[in-house]
Structures are given as structure tokens and as C-alpha cells.
Design a protein around this ligand. Structure first.
Ligand code: A3D
Length: 312
């Protein structure tokens, strides 16, 4: 029988709200937006407003806001955006203590009410929060994944498009590693319409793009002055959700649990990940140059430190 999917969005703030909006625009499924009791009105108000938007898109989806976890029962996908975002001058790690408490409560409740869902964590510091969610729920590794690489790669592709003037559609790239300044964009594997980027732009320009990508989140935090990016993070998670629900088997850089891949054991880190009906179906291992390997080792140290701070 044809099925209508149910997608739970935890946290109805900026990222959660825009994610629900995009789910409705793409008619991916019905969405339930969960927030704390003090923000239930916000979740209900935003989703009602979006319901009243659907005639303009011609999309038939049901959207609801709630502060009752039991309303999430039967969700196929859970997207976790609950948590405090950065303010200017803060690193993602500064959010650890407050967001760890939030993730702990979310994990307990998701385990109880949505034991079979595919879970995507967005809350920062991502490298630590995805690990915490995995440990606290005990869910299998194929059903827990972090959204970071999709966003970092999208940012990098935008900067390449801005610099070259060519269509963003034709820019294919990958950014690996942790979600922070140690991330590893890979210019060697970047192509523009099939042509290596290294043949299109001089080294200094590519280096500048790599640097800007590493600090892209901070660039937006400084400009907004009161929170972090939300449009591009929401768009980035949508591709992951769609690939899972439609079994598309897209290769998306995701924070996936590695057990030996790239020499990483027992940590989530950004790697090329195949997402299909089985969730995280496979991590693709590519041969890295010695410099790239070194950069990955460096980013793994940052991930390990963030994870150690969770004491889990
Ligand atoms: P914001 O607009 O403040 O929304 C967060 C929402 O979470 C608020 O509505 C809160 O009420 C809600 N919340 C707080 N505690 C709970 C709880 N226990 N259960 C459910 N909901 C709760 O922030 P935002 O949407 O801009 O950002 C959300 C998170 O995503 C932050 O931690 C950001 O740092 C993070 N983020 C990560 C990325 C990545 O690429 C990994 C990108 C953008 C944002």
C-alpha cells in the first residue's frame, strides 16, 4: 500500500522551522515539530502557518507542532535540531554542556517513542552530539548519522561557483572530517563539469576557498550577530532525508560511525556515505594522499577531544 512518511523535527527554532518548511515544499512527508513546553506555541504557530502555505505550493502534507514526545510515535525519520546555537565569539565547543543536557533528554525520548526511525543529528558541537546520541540511544550505527559534511560541501561548492562564475550544479566536491576549522575540503577531487578544479583556478584562489569554507559558519555567525546559519543547514539535511526515504543511494559526506574506515575506530567523522533505505548503507573509502591523510588525522584529534568532553 502506498505510504505517507512521518518526519519528526526536534527543535522548532530556526533550523527546525526551515527544515519543516522545506519538507512541506517538497512534499516529502507529514512533519511533526517538537519543542519544549515553553515553546509549544512557537511550534504550533509555525506549523499552522506552513499548513496555510501549502495551497500555494499544491503540496498535501500535514504539519503539527507539539511538546508531547508521544506525538512522534511512528516517525520514519527523526531530525534533531534541538539546542542552543552559537553567538559571535563562541566556538561550537562552547555549546557542549548545555546541548549535551538537551541531547540526553531527546535521546531518552526518541528511544522510547521512535525506536525504529532513521536519526539525523544537527545540534552542535556536531562531532560530540552525534556520538552522545548514538551512545545514549544504543541505536545501530546505520540508523544514526550527523549532518555536517553536506553543509560544508555545499558551502565549498558555492564558493567555487562564486569564484569561477560557473553553475553550482556542475561543481562536484567533497569535504571530509569534523565539523569545525579542521575540516578537510579536497580540491584534488573537486570537478567543474568533469574538469579538475586544479586546472581551472590557480592554487592561491583554491587555498582561499578552502580557508573560507573552514570558517564559513563563523562568517555567518558574525553577520547575523544573534545565532547561526539556518537556510543552508536545513537544505543540507533535506537531501539526506530524501535519499533515505526514496532509497536514492546518494553519496553524501555525512558524519558516520567508522569502525576501521580511514583508520578511524569508534568515532563519527565526515566521510563519503551512501544513504538509502538501509540508512547509512556504506562508507566509501578513497585513497588519500599523504597530506590529505595528515589533515584527516589532525581533524580526528579535534573530534576525539570533543567526544572526550562528553565523558560518555
Ligand atoms: P534555535 O533557533 O535557537 O532553535 C533551537 C530550538 O531548540 C529552540 O526552539 C529551543 O526551544 C529548542 N530546544 C531547546 N531545548 C530543547 C529540548 N530539550 N527539546 C526540544 N527542543 C529544544 O537554534 P537553531 O535552529 O539556529 O540551531 C539549532 C542547533 O543546530 C544549534 O545547536 C546549532 O548550533 C546547530 N546547527 C548545526 C549545524 C551543523 O551544520 C551541524 C548548522 C546549523 C545549526
Amino acid at each position: 500500500m502506498p505510504k505517507r512518511y512521518k518526519i519528526a523535527v526536534i527543535g522548532g527554532g530556526q533550523v527546525g522551522g526551515i527544515t519543516a518548511l522545506m519538507i512541506a515544499q517538497r512534499e516529502l512527508g507529514d512533519a511533526v515539530v517538537f519543542d519544549i513546553p515553553e515553546k509549544e506555541g512557537l511550534a504550533k504557530g509555525k506549523t499552522l502557518d506552513m499548513m496555510e502555505m501549502t495551497p500555494h505550493y499544491g503540496t498535501d502534507v500535514n504539519l503539527e507542532g507539539t511538546s508531547d514526545f508521544s506525538q512522534l510515535k511512528g516517525s520514519d525519520v527523526v531530525i534533531i535540531t534541538a539546542g542552543v546555537p552559537r553567538k559571535p565569539g563562541m566556538t561550537r565547543e562552547d555549546l557542549l554542556n548545555v546541548n549535551l543536557k538537551i541531547i540526553t533528554s531527546v535521546a531518552e525520548n526518541i528511544k522510547k517513542h521512535c525506536p525504529d526511525a532513521f536519526n539525523i543529528v544537527i545540534t552542535n558541537p556536531l562531532d560530540a552530539m552525534i556520538y552522545a546520541f548514538y551512545k545514549l540511544t544504543g541505536f545501530p550505527k546505520n540508523r544514526v548519522v550527523g549532518m555536517a559534511g553536506a553543509l560544508d560541501t555545499g558551502r565549498y561548492r558555492s564558493f567555487v561557483a562564486m569564484e569561477t562564475g560557473y553553475s553550482v550544479e556542475d561543481i562536484s566536491a567533497i569535504v571530509m572530517g569534523g565539523h569545525g576549522p579542521t575540516m578537510v575540503p579536497l580540491p584534488r577531487l573537486t570537478t567543474v563539469g568533469g574538469i579538475p578544479l586544479t586546472e581551472i583556478l590557480p592554487k592561491e584562489k583554491i587555498d582561499a576557498i578552502v580557508e573560507r569554507t573552514r570558517e564559513a559558519g563563523t562568517e555567518i555567525v558574525k553577520l547575523l550577530a544573534d545565532g547561526s546559519a539556518y537556510f543552508s543547514p536545513a537544505a543540507s539535511v533535506l537531501g539526506m532525508v530524501e535519499s533515505y526515504l526514496k532509497d536514492k543511494k546518494r553519496i553524501i559526506p555525512c558524519s558516520s560511525f567508522c569502525e576501521g574506515e580511514y583508520g578511524v575506530n569508534g568515532y563519527f567523522i565526515g566521510v563519503p556515505t551512501v544513504i538509502g533505505a538501509g540508512g547509512v548503507e556504506k562508507i566509501l573509502e578513497i585513497k588519500l594522499t599523504p597530506d590529505e591523510k595528515e589533515a584527516l588525522k589532525n581533524t580526528l584529534e579535534a573530534v576525539k577531544k570533543a567526544v572526550a568532553d562528553t565523558r560518555l
